[in-house]
Design a binder for this molecule. Structure first.
Ligand code: TRH
Length: 380
């Protein structure tokens, strides 16, 4: 274990949505809880943070949350002492005064860029390499990833045991769902839907409504609600709305705290997720899933999608792999997915087994927080 006095600064600019703050908040908490570090989390947008952590006071410059010192990162930066380890999340630009302070330290800090998650092979070659230098301070690339040789994935200690226990405890699940106002019919499959706007959604809802098996679809408040409302033929949808169309029940949920969102994923038979952090959490849930990847210029996100699919489907039979590829690619192209959904459903038991096997395999890697700490130990 490191000396408790080792101080870490994590810098987060909220570009859009919740992934930037979602990842850095999770990391900061874990560094405190599992590695006894002193962590300051600098965030430029406390309103986005408040969605994930309702205790956040958006009006104060400094506060403590779950052992993490949360600092509002103001546009007019105030001169501050630099930490021993400095993490710039997702290539955010540190304040120039802070960079000077880093360089003036007797022993310069370890400066790392925590990068975006990608399953592409080149990540292995770039993880841990030196990046730019500012005066005497060297920056390093730190890449999360799925393969040995990368920085791994965020995974709290004991998470998978906790998840399994919960999935074996029907009473606990019922109680959790009831707390969110969800009354699940015994024979209904439970699906969660967290996605960006998607023109393919209507085709999925059509097929779920026409299905012999009832479905209860849980939609946390967010960008996909407009598409859901259009399909239902209603003007707006707000939290608590519940609509039934044939075999499909659609329910709008509030945006919940991160740990509650985990429990929601653990309850569901199938999870549609997006971006980065919810995508990883759905993998820890050990249930079949569908990923809506964050769109990037020149469609470079499609390479990332294919790279992940190649790894994720490698343990599947050719037919189940083809069905998974077909479903994920159609969803990410905004195309109708009715056919692809039905094709994937033909392989349900195999997809379940694969989701759990993938989770187990990924759980064997060092988690990202532990890998960061190890990187620091190797560096000093
Ligand atoms: O919100 P996202 O789309 O975030 C991002 C950002 O767009 C970011 O700029 C981009 O770089 C990245 O995607 C790839 O999706 P993500 O990453 O899943 O983040 C959502 C966070 O919100 C995650 O921490 C889970 C959390 N969450 C809750 O805490 N409660 C909820 O009810 C829901 C639905 C999510």
């Amino acid at each position: 274990m490191l000396q408790p006095k080792t101080r870490w600064d994590i810098f987060c600019t909220v570009v859009d949505n919740y992934g930037d703050i979602g990842v850095t908040w999770r990391l900061a908490r874990q560094l405190v809880a599992e590695h006894a570090l002193e962590v300051r989390l600098w965030v430029d947008d406390l309103r986005a943070f408040e969605r994930l952590c309702p205790e956040i006071d958006i009006d104060v410059a400094q506060q403590w949350q779950q052992g993490v010192e949360v600092r509002h990162w103001p546009s007019d930066w105030v001169h501050t002492e630099a930490a021993d380890v400095v993490i710039a999340a997702f290539a955010c630009q540190l304040p120039s005064d802070y960079m000077d302070v880093m360089a003036e330290r007797e022993k310069p800090p370890l400066w790392m860029n925590l990068d975006y998650l990608s399953a592409e092979d080149w990540v292995i070659g770039c993880h841990g390499l030196p990046s730019v230098k500012y005066k005497s301070v060297q920056k390093f690339f730190f890449f999360p990833g799925f393969q040995p040789g990368t920085g791994g994935l965020l995974r709290e200690r004991g998470l998978l045991d906790q998840r399994r226990q919960f999935q074996h405890d029907r009473a606990a699940q019922r109680q959790f769902l009831q707390g969110l106002g969800i009354d699940r019919a015994a024979d209904a499959q439970l699906i969660s839907l967290f996605a960006y706007e998607n023109t393919g959604l209507a085709s999925w809802l059509d097929v779920l409504a026409a299905d012999a098996m009832p479905t209860h679809l849980l939609v946390p408040e967010g960008r996909i609600l407009g598409d859901v409302a259009r399909w239902l033929g209603v003007e707006t949808l707000s939290v608590g709305a519940l609509h039934v169309r044939q075999a499909l029940t659609v329910q709008v949920l509030p945006f919940v705290r991160q740990d509650q969102y985990d429990h929601l994923l653990w309850c569901c038979d199938f999870n549609a997720v997006r971006g980065e952090d919810s995508f990883v959490r759905a993998q820890w849930a050990g249930r079949p899933m569908l990923w809506h990847i964050y769109q990037q210029d020149e469609d470079i996100h499609l390479d990332k999608l294919d790279a992940f699919l190649a790894l994720y489907t490698k343990g599947l039979s050719p037919a189940a792999a083809e069905a998974t590829n077909g479903l994920w690619r159609a969803w990410n192209a905004g195309l109708p997915i009715a056919e692809q959904w039905l094709a994937a459903r033909n392989h349900w038991p195999e997809l379940h087994k694969n989701a759990e096997a993938w989770c187990l395999e990924q759980g064997l890697q060092a988690d990202l927080a532990a890998a960061l700490v190890q990187f620091y130990l190797n560096w000093i």
